[in-house]
Design a protein around this ligand. Structure first.
Ligand SMILES: NC(=O)c1ccc[n+]([C@@H]2O[C@H](COP(=O)([O-])OP(=O)(O)OC[C@H]3O[C@@H](n4cnc5c(N)ncnc54)[C@H](O)[C@@H]3O)[C@@H](O)[C@H]2O)c1
Length: 133
């Protein structure tokens, strides 16, 4: 099957810089690639250093400018360090994609976990990851 031709949808974003949390994940890797193909330099922030670097190196292989940075968005110090590393590398951040998130087993009903057995802590951890982060 031939690949769908890429049509730039953000032509006016050349030379901008994006910080993308959860950038090592499925959706944000695609967003990062799309932004990069429109000339955006991308900083991939992810809890997983390996996932961040995999996305960044894939973009560099395509000729884009990307850096992978390990960052837990629930830790203020991590976010500060990721911000500083991005500013050191690109000198600006114009776009923020808040993609870090997802479900947690402890907060998801299953055959072995009923809704009533989900603990407030597990629920609030999920809220923190998806909203506060
Ligand atoms: N896939 C879907 O159908 C869907 C639907 C609605 C919303 N979403 C939301 O879109 C976002 C991306 O979804 P996805 O399917 O690409 O998920 P994914 O699991 O592929 O990617 C999520 C990424 O976030 C990272 N991450 C997790 N916790 C983190 C933390 N504390 N700090 C930094 N990074 C962290 C993970 O390492 C992972 O790389 C999530 O927020 C998800 O909740 C997804």
């Amino acid at each position: 099957m031939s690949e769908t031709p890429y049509i730039p949808i953000f032509p006016d974003l050349k030379h901008k810089c994006a910080a993308i949390t959860g950038g090592g994940g499925a959706i944000c890797t695609a967003i990062a690639r799309g932004l990069s193909r429109s000339g955006v330099r991308v900083a991939i922030w992810d809890l997983s250093a390996e996932a961040a670097e995999a996305t960044a190196s894939g973009i560099r292989d395509e000729g884009g400018d990307a850096v992978g940075i390990k960052c837990d968005v629930l830790k203020k110090n991590d976010v500060g360090a990721a911000f500083n590393a991005t500013m050191d590398r690109f000198g600006q951040i114009d776009i923020l994609v808040n993609g870090a998130g997802g479900s947690r087993k402890e907060a998801t009903t299953s055959d072995t976990l009923s809704f009533a057995d989900i603990t407030p802590d597990a629920l609030m951890d999920t809220v923190a990851l998806n909203y506060t982060g």
